[in-house]
Design a protein around this ligand. Sequence first.
Ligand code: ADP
Ligand code: MG
Length: 381
Amino acid sequence: MTNAHERASAAYQRSFGRDHAQAARAPGRVNLIGEHIDYCGGHVLPMAIDRDCVAVGGVHGERVRVYAADLHEWLECDPGELHDANRFEGWRAYAAGVLAFTFEAMRERPRGFEIVIASDVPLGAGLSSSAAFEVSLTTLLAGLMGQSLDAWEVARLCRRAEHEYARVPCGIMDQAIAAMARRGHAMLLDCETERVVGHMPMPSGDDVSLLVVDTRVRHAHSGGEYAARRAACEAAARALGEKNLCEARLAHLDALTQEWRAIARHVVSENQRTLAAAEAMKAGDWSGLGRLMNESHDSLRDDYRVSCAELDTVVDAARAAPGVWGARMTGGGFGGCAIVFAPAVAMPEIRERVTREFRARFARDCGTLYAHASAGAALIS
Ligand code: ADP
Ligand code: MG
C-alpha cells in the first residue's frame, strides 16, 4: 500500500466507522519536454511518476461528503447543489466539478457518497497534484457506479472541471497523462488532435534516471502570468494568421513585435524539440534527449520568461555535475520543480551538489525525489 492509500483508508475508517468499498489511484507527472505548448496545439512528452493521489469511498446516505485528508477539510453538500460552479472554492471546486461532470458522463443523477482523498503528490509543486486529484476521483466514482469511462472522456471532463469550477485555464496534458500513462514509458501527446502519438520507453530496469528537485517556490497558475502567456500566444497566432501558434514557421516570426517574437520562438522551437525528443527516446539516445531538455530550459528562461532564480540555480548546478544528460524546469514555471536526467550511478553526487548549491544561494533546502515512470489511473484491487 502506498502512503496515500494507507492514509486515505485510515481516515475513511475514522470518519465513517466502516471500510471503504472501492479505491482508485492516479499519478502525478513530470513533463520531460514540451512546456507551455499544450494550449498552443503542440506536442508534449509527460511521464507519470510513482507518486499517487488516492481516493477511497462508498455509496452511502443522501449527502455528498468528501474529506481531503491532506488538508483536514470537508466538502459537504446535497447532490443537487453540485451543478452550481459558483458555490465552491479552493479544492472543493475541483472536487465538486469532477463529481458533477462525472455523473453527467455516466448519465446518472448525482447521489450521496462518502469519499476520502489523500495524495503523495506535493500540492502546487508543478507535479500536477490537481489532475491526479481529479482523475483519481473520477476513476473512483465510475468504479463505485460500476461504469467504465473512456480514458479520453475522463481527461476531458476533469479538464472541464478545472476550467469551469476551479477557473484554471489549463491544457489537456495533465489530465491525459494521469489517465493514460503506461508504466516504464513517457507519452507523446498531440494536444491539437488530442491523440496519443505513442508511448516512449524510458531507460529500462529499476535504475533511477530522473531526479525531481522541488524549489518549494509556490505560484498559483490561476494568477496572472500563466493567463498572460496564453493570451500572448493566441494574439501572436492571430497576427500570423495561424489557428495554433505551433504551426507557425520560425522564418515568419519577424513580422511580430519583439515581445511576441520571443514568445512565438519558444512555442515553435519547443514543439520541434519535443518531436525530436520522442525520436531520441525511440533510439535510446539519452544524451540526445538530455541536450534537448537543456535547450528547452534555456528557451523557457530567455524567450518565454517563466523560469526563476531558484529553478535556474538547480539547473545550473545539475548541469555542472559529471554525467548529467540534461536538466530543465518542468511544469508551469515561476517556481515548482526542475528535473535532472542522468544515469543512475551519477545521481547521488548530482543530488548532493544541487542540494548544496541551492542551500548556499538561498539559505534553505530544496526538496528532492527520484521518479520512475508509472502507470495511469486505475482502481486499486
Ligand atoms: P499542481 O497541479 O501543480 O500541484 P495546481 O495549483 O494546479 O498545482 O493544483 C493544486 C490544487 O489542487 C490544490 O491547491 C488543491 O486545491 C487541489 N488539490 C490537489 N491535490 C489535493 C489533495 N490531495 N487534497 C485536496 N486538494 C488537492
Ligand atoms: Mg495542476
